[in-house]
Design a protein around this ligand. Sequence first.
Ligand code: SF4
Ligand code: ZN
Length: 316
Amino acid sequence: MVKCSFCERKAVYVNHLNGKAYCKLHFISYFERKVRRTIRKHGMLGEKEHIVVGVSGGKDSMSLLHLLHKLSKKNKNWRLTAVLVDEGIRGYRENTIPALKTYAERNMVEYRIVSFKEYLGFTLDEIVSIGRERGLPYLPCSYCGVFRRYVLNRAARDVGGTVLATAHNLDDIVQTYLMNIINNSWDKIARLKPVAERGGHEGFVPRIKPFYEVLEKESAIYALVNGLVRPDYQQCPYAEYNIRFTIRKILNDLEEKYPGTKYGLLRSLEKVSGLIENAQKNVLKSFETCKICGDPSSHPICKACMYRFELGILSS
Ligand code: SF4
Ligand code: ZN
């Protein structure tokens, strides 16, 4: 039996990076401290908020709901609403909805269940089959991700949320980072940040990822020790089509052999997304229109026209 590094109890988690073992109680305080630090570091929550938590009923989102519920009990100016988007995946989603319902009713947490059917007129199963009939090349998860973001944002707006918290953890984020490298989607990498601001559009509910620095394993343990999900949690039937799940396996193998791989990738992502953002700023600046020739330029008058002017050949 591995013993907790801080007391005599049995450990439920060993952090291979700092070499410390944690019993249930010490793990809970380690986990919550870590998330509170992320929230503070990135200025995720203000004094007065109506926090909408995007919940699927799975372990990550139930952990996030539980933690934010605990924090909001201490802060009277924070209101919390859980929103679950039912995509309409037969044989799957109906099994995760009870986790939210049971929790919310037991703890008096406001919640809403919205669906693809209600907002889009079709379930994901229907959308996938229409796509197949039409021979479209998209995978179920592509529709699912895009529409879920769309519906979640609308629902968060509809309930009057000031901020939308999602349970993306460190593993999700570095998996997406690698997927975007493979797809050559550098603009999407710049958007993989812990906070997404309104960006000048009133219709966009600002998003935060409080689990940005949390390993999937840690959030799963937090869910289990708090009794938030059933241990026999099953996987979405469409998951096998998604490259994410292969990448997830590879990253887990790497992390096991070389602890710290995932954090290393997160730090790499932060550096790369900063560089991309700076490059994009220059690109935007460079796409002013030259007042003389009308070509794209980083200044009101392009370098070529400046030279031509200086050379006295502007009119030729
Ligand atoms: Fe949606 Fe794909 Fe996740 Fe299933 S695995 S819930 S289809 S994103
Ligand atoms: Zn010019």
